[in-house]
Design a protein around this ligand. Sequence first.
Ligand code: FES
Length: 133
Amino acid sequence: MPVYSEKVMDNFMNPRNVGEIADADGIGEVGNPVCGDMMTFYIKVRDNRLEDVKFKTFGCGAAIAVSSMVSQMATGMTLDEALKLTNASVAEELGGLPTNKLHCSNLGADALHAAIQDYLKKKGGNGDGRKAE
Ligand code: FES
């Protein structure tokens, strides 16, 4: 029986930033090949910073907790900073995940990065997160 940290439980029971942004600047959707769960991130960008981050996750409790944590960590970051967010750092911020649930954290940063890449593509950026505003 996996044991979850308090932070995981809190973010699972009261996930922050759930929903979608109707006029999102970027949308990123990834699926987990291990279990088939899906995660979509919506971002609003202003002055090269993530002004708003929302998500919808069709997945397990750990995946929901991860999405919630990613959205909180990423809000206010520059695009470069957000692109450097790793799945491992998100799991660490959550106080760790049980080993057999570590794959659930793989979606979080990936979906966020996909949303940023989507934004950069729409803006005609070069895809490396260094689009000048
Ligand atoms: Fe699918 Fe956790 S079991 S993301």
